[in-house]
Design a protein around this ligand. Structure first.
Ligand code: ANZ
Ligand code: ZN
Length: 862
């Protein structure tokens, strides 16, 4: 029949592909094209975000195979993490069996969709044969001085006696706890160590001081200072920012996000001498400022509640003590995100600070808006020029002085009053008030210049750089992760587990209130590798972002037993040619893989310093305006019209970076296209009479087929799969007209259909095989060559380039191009009818010149 039975077709071709191992990288492949999608977190089921992600990589991988490349297109599982542990509690089971069940199901789903992975390279991060290399990595980083053990503020539930990840902390809003459940945490369209793993070491998420309670027992959460393990990613801060400039195949948006995250700020450090009322021990406070020239207008100094001086002043002053205590416990680890939404709470101390330039004595405040982990944890308050200082001054009746005015204004200097107007935050001209300052060389100079000079002229003002980036906190006080390969010995302190004893495997899981590793007494008890005395194992496990920070290297040699990856292969095959994933990974995961790659390079295990050459950041699939995800319950299962319809739809709905809406109508459209192409092929095969002698319009059709091939290649390279679909549809339309016009030339028509089969096959591979098989009777389209051109490739190519230029240029340029192409538009429209694209451009031009009305112009150029 002419009916395309998608279920049967899918099953059949999937069987054939597997039998023939078509997606496996051939032995001895030299520098294959490495196409990678962010591997999924094993949360239980695939959602539309995954389907889109993997449809994109599969389309590109299949395209590169058609082009004749060897292609490495592997898949694996990001299998450690909190959701598995939570699910184990909910189901009274254990994280491992839950994870295994998820993997089985998700792999089946991927197979149903017909994605062509080299399954011989499958990796699973919760297997000891994988995670031992996380431990190896930890040790190498430790040897290189990239590991630190130091205090950090963490969430602590006093009832469960455990540290809680941010996702395990619920916000109690008026008695209603909004819990961050395993489901939400694990299933945000994430892959590659995604949003499921919350307490990422350097994401300081600000939360208001509404009650924060334990997700399990509802007890208010405390902030505790605990010793934790860190990777010192900040050592690479400069490199990681500077390296972004060379990543010219990464979306600018992602690079900008990374730049902001690293937050390099150049400025100056100014030293203020401080005297306290007790005045035995005078001290000094350093502040960091990006606008050091505004020091002339500083009217106070403010320090964070965590500042050493604040503790010191609290000893002698009860008000200060109360404020400091309350400020330290009320907010969790505050951070940069808080800066738009800050508090003006503060307390005046009896200390004063001497303005290093004017010598003026300024009051010293302890203020909440001064963040402990930014700059030096202290600021000079310049209400005339800084928003936050201005608000604070208003609240605390502090004077406002204006010392910079817009260029060209001769300002009136300070008003000496209380802030009412907005501060002047821009650059301008320095205008100084006091007679002494007026005489100074800075008065009347541009603010930028003064800033530059101050660091040279002034002993108490030095150049300084600060970063927003924090070290990567990798400690997790929970079970389902990689054990940190350290033992604690009373005599020797921290001792690393020797390489021969790796992996340190997880003990059996037990349900308990705190960290199951703490409860595993037998496992914990060990002997010191150095002195042989009694010692205890470290019970922290690693952040799962460690697992995903190097997995792309493991795919090169997944079974290697004596190293995490093969250095020689890595030097040949890296960087990953194309990496595709959701943009929620713009910072953490994509920053960690860059950091780890650079660190491994410095350790001599790699030549490459960047892991990914080209990054494709995919947009969101929406359903009635909301993100499609299993936790919001609006997942569309791909059964109704078949898996392939889903693939074809997600690829043709929009270009990969765009969000798009899932609509039943458009899905139906993708289905109809398959039916239509299938019918064309079956009708042609059944066709009785075709021609063998060539006539002029055969030439035209041949040329259009060639043109489509060239166009599709460009669109595949640009990841514009929806344009490939359009090209195929247009060619199909032309073939239909051709067939209706006269008897067709059999070979030309057949070539047209075979071209369609080949070009659609990366997007809809089952359909591609089916068409190919109908038309040829043997062979597989996945093993076919890229369709050959009939006419001179150079001519087609140059015509096509011209066409592209026409599409991409502005109307003003079009006339020039038409001149070059010797088309006398619009008078000769008739003559260019044979070449529709020229016709379109010409009619558009004519419309815009008022020589034709819009109705008679058809088609679009874009
Ligand atoms: C004085 C000044 C005057 C500043 C002026 C800016 C403008 P932004 O504002 O994002 O460019 N700062 C420094 N350390 C801080 C801390 N620990 N907590 C809160 N704020 C802090 O960041 C740079 C500015 O942030 C610094 O420059 C400092 O205020 C403030 F017209 O110094 B500035
Ligand atoms: Zn010891």
């Amino acid at each position: 029949t002419n009916q395309y039975d998608h279920a049967q077709v899918q099953e059949f071709w999937q069987y054939v592909w597997e039998r023939d191992g078509v997606a496996e990288l051939p032995d001895g492949a030299v520098d294959p094209t490495y196409v990678l999608g962010m591997f999924p977190y094993t949360s239980g089921t695939l959602h539309m975000g995954h389907v889109r992600n993997y449809a994109i990589t599969d389309a590109y991988a299949r395209y590169r195979r058609l082009r004749g490349d060897d292609v490495l297109h592997p898949m694996g599982w990001d299998a450690f993490g909190l959701p598995a542990e939570n699910a184990a509690y909910e189901r009274a089971s254990d994280p491992e069996s839950w994870t295994r069940a998820c993997i089985r199901r998700m792999r089946e789903e991927l197979e149903t969709l017909g994605f062509g992975y080299d399954w011989s390279r499958e990796i699973t991060t919760c297997e000891p044969s994988y995670y031992r290399w996380n431990q190896w990595l930890f040790k190498r980083f430790h040897e290189a001085g990239l590991v630190e053990f130091t205090g950090a503020t963490v969430n602590w539930c006093p009832d469960c006696e455990t540290v809680l990840a941010d996702a395990q902390v619920a916000v109690d809003e008026g008695g209603q706890a909004v819990t961050a459940t395993a489901d939400e945490a694990g299933d945000n369209g994430d892959s590659a160590g995604g949003a499921h793993d919350e307490s990422n070491g350097n994401a300081h998420v600000h939360e208001h001081s509404t009650a924060r309670v334990c997700w399990r027992c509802g007890t208010p959460v405390e902030q505790r200072e605990l010793d934790q393990w860190f990777f010192t990613i900040t050592d690479y801060a400069d490199e990681l920012v500077d390296g972004l400039d060379d990543l010219d195949q990464w979306p600018e948006g992602v690079r900008e996000i990374q730049r902001n995250w690293i937050g390099r700020q150049e400025g100056a450090r100014l030293t203020f001498d401080v005297s306290t009322a007790a005045d035995e021990s005078d001290t000094a406070v350093d502040v960091f400022s990006t606008r050091s020239e505004t020091v002339f207008g500083a009217t106070f100094v403010a320090i964070s509640p965590e500042h050493d001086l604040a503790s010191e002043l609290a000893n002698a002053d009860e008000d200060v003590a109360t404020f400091v205590d309350q400020a330290r416990t009320s907010a969790p680890d505050t951070g940069h995100a808080a800066r738009d939404d800050f508090s003006t709470a503060g307390v005046k101390t009896d200390a004063t600070a001497e303005n290093p330039h004017t010598g003026e004595e300024l009051p010293v405040y302890v203020a909440e808006y001064v963040l402990a982990d930014v700059g030096t944890g202290a600021v000079m308050g310049v209400p005339g020029h800084n928003e936050r200082d201005h608000e604070f001054a208003r609240e605390h009746d502090l004077p406002v002085e204006t010392v910079v005015v817009p260029h060209g204004h001769n300002g009136t200097g300070s008003d000496g009053g209380v802030a009412t107007d907005a501060p002047m935050t821009g650059e301008g001209t320095l205008v100084l008030e006091s007679p002494a300052d007026r005489a100074s060389e800075y008065d009347g100079q541009p603010s930028e210049d003064v800033r530059e000079h101050l660091v040279d002229d002034h002993e108490a003002i030095d150049p300084d750089v600060t970063y927003r980036l924090r070290d990567w906190l990798i400690s997790r006080q929970r079970y389902w992760g990689t054990p940190i390969p350290v033992v604690h010995c009373e005599d020797c302190g921290h001792v690393l587990v020797p390489d021969e004893e790796l992996p340190v495997e997880l003990p059996e899981f037990v349900q308990t209130t705190g960290n199951p590793l703490d409860a595993a007494e037998e496992w914990k008890e060990t002997s010191c590798p150095d002195c042989g005395g009694p010692a205890e194992r470290e019970t922290d496990t690693m952040d799962t972002f460690v697992d995903s920070s190097w997995y792309f290297l493991r795919f090169l040699s997944p079974d290697l037993a004596d190293a995490p990856f093969d250095t020689e292969l890595a030097n040949e095959w890296l960087p990953v040619d194309v990496y595709v994933g959701g943009d929620e990974h713009a910072i953490l995961h994509l920053l960690y893989i860059r950091f780890v790659t650079r660190a491994l390079a410095d350790l001599g295990f790699l030549d490459q310093r960047e892991p990914v050459e080209r990054l494709v950041s995919q947009g969101t699939v929406l359903y009635e305006g909301e993100k499609m995800s299993s936790s919001s319950g609006n997942v569309v299962t791909p059964d109704e019209y078949g898996a392939e319809t889903t693939r074809l739809f997600v690829l043709s709905a929009a270009h990969p970076e765009q969000d798009f809406e899932w609509t039943a109508n458009d899905v139906r459209g993708a289905y109809d296209l398959q039916q239509a192409l299938y019918s064309m092929a079956t009708e042609f095969v059944d066709e009785g009479e075709t021609r063998v002698e060539r006539v002029s319009h055969d030439e035209f059709v041949d040329r259009e087929i060639d043109r489509t091939i060239v166009a599709a290649r460009t669109e595949f390279e640009r990841f514009r799969f929806h344009r490939v679909v359009t090209e195929v549809q247009e060619l199909a339309g032309l073939l239909r007209q051709y067939r209706g016009y006269d008897r067709i030339h059999g070979e030309v028509y057949r070539r047209g259909l075979l071209t369609i089969a080949a070009l659609i096959s990366p997007l809809a591979p089952h359909l591609g095989e089916e068409l190919w098989n109908k038309l040829r009777g043997d062979g597989l389209v996945v093993e076919a060559d890229w369709p050959a051109l009939e006419s001179d490739p150079a001519t087609i190519e140059s015509d096509y380039q011209l066409e592209r230029r026409l599409v991409e240029t502005t109307r003003a340029d079009v006339r020039d191009i038409l001149d070059v192409a010797s088309i006398d538009a619009p008078d000769q429209i008739d003559l260019v009818v044979a070449e529709p694209w020229k016709y379109e451009v010409a009619t558009r031009l004519a419309v815009s010149a008022g020589e034709l009305d819009g109705d008679s112009a058809t088609g679009t150029v874009d």
